[in-house]
Design a protein around this ligand. Structure first.
Ligand code: SF4
Length: 439
């Protein structure tokens, strides 16, 4: 049987599409009898309040069909495992709250599915390359089979986040940060390309009921796409998924590296695509918001006429724990701008950037930036926003120093952002919350 089969089906509720697409792709070809199975959705983030889940989180519709299908295959030991971003470090049991919010308790009651919050489970050390190891969730390592349920989405740093990228949700915090290291050769893309190495046999079912531009979180722009893609080969599924999102696998470095590891051709010639034709369902999804040509300011802010400010484009070294603050800083700057130029101020993020000559003030965001530039000897004033995630009080103080008054709670209130983003989808009937419920 060809491991490189990928099936693409249009999604329609009540039509057993998951069963059809899995069978067409033969995605369960390596599923052992009586297997201990882990299902990994993508619940990238969860808030205590309304926020757009479309194209951000795996739908409960696909999850329920997957559980039912596994039961039909005689599988009784099923666990759902996820380690969502701890957007607020004070928040406890966010995993169980997300499972409840998505209706998974009903799967627990009806089918005996276990619900595992990765943060409340142990990790074990796994070598992913010579001398390079990560701490991986032990439930995954003890399982016989993984059903990987990513969303068909774009990603601001690595262009697409599909099956391979979804595996990052099995890592502990230190390993996630390690993935965003500052090494040019073995940075984020290299680390992600190694993740399939710790996988048990698996099936990937990409949930494309909703897709998102400028993902992976709810500040992107969602679309209803009604697609499901499946394969027993995570890389093959991802390469087809990328094409459907309008991105060539050759332009995605971690695919190029993973294809080399697997001996798979990057141009899709080794892949048999069944069901819908890629060119008939593909639609270009922008993966990031544009910056000016020097990458020193988002284009939208340049168009507003903002002068005297550099907000250097984030790079792959910026981890998920810093990125929500970056969005908040950009928002508050844009909201507060009244036409007055800034006094040559710059913001630096991630783990590689150095203060630029000629600036009067350099604001270092996050403990990595502060540590990297602790001995900086330039003429400018250095302002540190320490912490990981960066301290909201220090962020507010830094903003005050450039004439923007903001309460520190602005930087930790993500519920407000979620509610605000929901307004974009108001009165658009295709954005239906019931895909995230189980009846
Ligand atoms: S400070 Fe930011 S870049 Fe550094 S480890 Fe923390 S989240 Fe990552």
């Amino acid at each position: 049987m060809n491991d490189n089969r990928v099936a693409i089906y249009k999604y329609k509720r009540g039509n057993e599409v998951v069963k059809k697409v899995v069978e067409r792709a033969n995605a369960f070809e390596h599923l052992p009898k009586n297997a201990k199975v882990i299902i990994k959705p993508n619940i990238v983030v969860w808030l205590n309040g309304p926020f757009p889940k479309w194209g951000v989180i795996t739908t409960s519709a696909i999850m329920e069909e997957t559980v039912i299908l596994l039961k039909e295959y005689g599988i009784n030991d099923i666990s759902i495992a996820e380690g969502s971003l701890q957007i607020n470090p004070e928040e406890k049991h966010i995993g169980q709250k997300s499972f409840e919010g998505l209706g998974y308790q009903k799967l627990q009651q009806r089918y005996g599915v276990k619900l595992l919050d990765v943060w409340e489970r142990p990790f074990e050390k796994v070598e992913i390359a010579d001398g390079l190891s990560l701490k991986v969730n032990t439930d995954l390592m003890a399982s016989d089979f993984l059903v990987n349920l990513p969303v068909l989405k774009t990603h601001a740093q690595v262009k697409v986040s599909l099956g391979i990228k979804n595996l990052k949700g099995f890592l502990n915090v230190a390993s996630r940060k390690k993935c965003h290291n500052a090494n040019f050769e073995k940075g984020l893309e290299y680390m992600i390309s190694c993740l399939p190495k710790f996988l048990p046999p698996s099936a990937t079912i990409i949930d494309g009921i909703y897709t998102i531009e400028r993902g992976p979180s709810f500040d992107g722009k969602s679309r209803k796409s009604d697609l499901v893609i499946a394969s027993s080969n995570v890389l093959a599924a991802d390469m087809v998924g990328a094409k459907v999102l309008g991105h060539d696998p050759c332009d995605i470095s971690y695919f190029v590296q993973a294809a080399e590891n697997q001996g798979l051709s990057i141009d899709l010639t080794d892949i048999e695509v069944l069901g819908e034709k890629i060119e008939e369902v593909a639609a270009f999804h922008q993966y990031t918001f544009p910056f000016n040509k020097d990458n020193t300011l988002p284009s939208s802010m340049e168009k507003m006429g903002i002068k005297g400010l550099k907000f250097h484009k984030y790079d792959s070294t910026l981890c998920t724990y810093c990125s929500p603050l970056i969005g908040k800083l950009l928002t508050i700057i844009a909201m507060s701008y009244k036409g007055e130029p800034f006094d040559d101020v710059e913001f630096l993020t991630g783990k590689r950037l150095k203060p630029s000559p000629g600036m009067k003030k350099s604001i270092l965001v996050g403990q990595c930036m502060c540590a990297l530039n602790k001995n900086h000897e330039g003429m400018q004033e250095i302002v540190k926003v320490k912490g990981c995630p960066p301290d909201p009080k220090e962020a507010a103080k830094a903003m005050k120093g450039i004439g923007i008054d903001v309460d520190p709670s602005f930087f930790s209130n993500f519920e407000m952002d979620g509610a605000l983003m929901m307004k974009r989808y108001k009165d658009k009937s295709e954005f239906d919350e019931s895909y995230y419920e189980i009846e």
